[in-house]
Design a protein around this ligand. Structure first.
Ligand code: TRP
Length: 465
């Protein structure tokens, strides 16, 4: 049988591409900040439990249903769900979700590219000024950086699955990992880093609350690119001869390790440079951390290393963040692009151009919601707070929709696809069932849907009411 979509060239190629999607801003910023302010080792433990007990079964299910149907989310829901229109709606959400995530993800990637370029051209000192970030995000030349980001995304996605997504990830992901390890080793040799390590890893269970538990699950979903159609799509690009369960295991391990190491880099660096840091002060906004905090940290190293070397460290750091962001962004736009090409007579190129053009327009609007446009800055108000357009996107598509999408997929699998077919798909290669495959079949009935239902309901309650 001829596969409808282009496929990854090997299991390794798939793993690299999927890791490129998974490892992103969520790992580098979201995880360390969440862990630091929500009980350190206690958060880590909850996060790990979620990854193994809830995310792994869903991750394998998404890959399986994608590979079995050979379709992206829309096609998979249609093939498995049948004619009922409600299932089609269920398949539309995992196409819309990455598109909307792409809108705010682009905004942050544009900032990262800006900071990378400025630190390459010797502007570290400028970046470290207290007011700089606030001015930067409203500066007119942001549009040039946005054009740069869009250009890179288009370039990679024009190459297609194998020559674009897979090839980029094959080179960039190992580079990212080495840079990260290098920075971790460097940070851990700084005086005072031990206090940060202790803070990062020491469990403080008193900080655990329902919101923290929900936050840990949202973080794990976002980080693994779960609940968004990416893994269904990538499953369709996975060859039948490749070992699916072991790929999934490796993917989860790689993603979680990067998150863990990012924490081991970030938190001790902050404590080494600012020993009196109050962890509560990290809570304001996690994204602004890399922009307002990190340049200052690198500037503080100037007396120790000299301006050149401190700038070099900054360049490595922002290059690392840019690689992480761009390989994720590519996966985010692949889903709507491929879906549009599948569902309409448009070619892949046309679909790509339409998707990216629409998303960049919206993303440009989102970038005005930090003061430039009053309408977008004070967009709506709910739960007693004024929210900007950007905030709304994050609240909806980062915190809320992912568990909802996951839950709908559980329903599709339980009612229409049946656990039997899931198990069959999981044991094509290798032919025998390990504990993970057996746990997946069990958890998709008795664990995952219930946890997701609970988390989705309580997140909606606390975010919007
Ligand atoms: N996982 C990425 C991160 O941690 C973000 C990401 C990539 C993503 N692809 C996605 C999130 C698809 C949701 C959906 O930053």
């Amino acid at each position: 049988m001829h596969a409808k979509h282009e496929q990854f060239s090997s299991k390794l190629g798939f793993i690299m591409a999927a890791a490129g999607s998974a490892v992103g801003i969520g790992n580098l910023v979201g995880f360390p900040v969440n862990a630091a302010k929500n009980g350190g080792g206690a958060f880590l433990l909850i996060y790990l439990l979620f990854v193994v007990l809830v995310c792994m079964p869903l991750l394998l299910s998404e890959l399986s249903i994608g590979r079995s149907t050979g379709e992206g989310p829309l096609g998979a829901f249609r093939k498995v769900g049948g004619s009922n229109k409600l299932w089609l709606l269920g398949g539309l959400l995992p196409v819309l979700t990455p598109f909307m995530i792409g809108v705010f993800y682009t905004v942050i990637t544009v900032w990262i590219l800006g900071y990378l370029i400025i630190s390459v051209s010797g502007g570290l000192q400028q970046l470290a000024q207290p007011e700089y970030f606030g001015q930067f995000i409203n500066a007119d030349n942001l549009i040039a950086y946005q054009a740069g980001v869009i250009g890179v995304v288009l370039l990679i996605l024009f190459g297609g699955v194998r020559d674009g997504i897979e090839r980029t990830a094959r080179y960039l992901m190992p580079a990212l990992f080495l840079m990260l390890l290098g920075l971790v080793v460097f940070v851990l040799t700084l005086e005072g880093a031990a206090k940060g390590v202790q803070f990062y890893l020491q469990p403080d269970f008193s900080r655990i609350s329902i919101d923290v538990i929900n936050g840990a699950l949202s973080q794990a979903f976002f980080s693994l690119s779960l609940g968004t159609g990416v893994l269904i799509m990538y499953g369709a690009y996975l060859r039948k001869t490749d070992d699916l369960p072991s790929s999934g295991r490796f993917l989860a391990l790689a993603d979680t390790s990067v998150a863990f190491f990012a924490g081991l880099m970030t938190i001790p660096a902050i404590f080494a440079i600012y020993p009196d840091t109050d962890p509560a002060s990290l809570s304001s906004s996690s994204v602004s951390l890399i922009f307002s905090f990190f340049p200052k940290i690198f500037m503080e190293m100037v007396p120790l290393l000299g301006y050149q070397s401190a700038s070099a460290l900054a360049v490595i750091f922002f290059a690392l963040a840019f690689i992480a962001a761009i390989t994720s962004l590519v996966s985010i736009f692949e889903v709507p692009t491929a879906s549009l090409a599948d569902e309409t007579p448009l070619t892949r190129r046309q679909s790509l151009l339409i998707t990216v053009a629409l998303a960049s327009g919206l993303s440009f609007a989102a970038s005005l919601s930090f003061g430039k446009s009053q309408f977008l800055t004070e967009f709506v108000s709910y739960a007693g707070q004024m929210k900007s357009f950007f905030d709304v996107l994050v609240d909806l598509f980062y915190d809320t929709v992912l568990p909802v999408n996951g839950f709908i997929l559980c329903l599709l699998i339980l009612w229409r696809w049946k656990i039997r077919q899931l198990s069959d798909e999981l044991s094509i290669q290798p032919a025998s069932q390990g504990w993970l495959e057996r746990y997946t079949a069990f958890a998709m009935v008795w664990v995952v849907p219930w946890v997701l239902l609970f988390v989705a309901a309580s997140t909606i309650h606390s975010k919007f009411f």
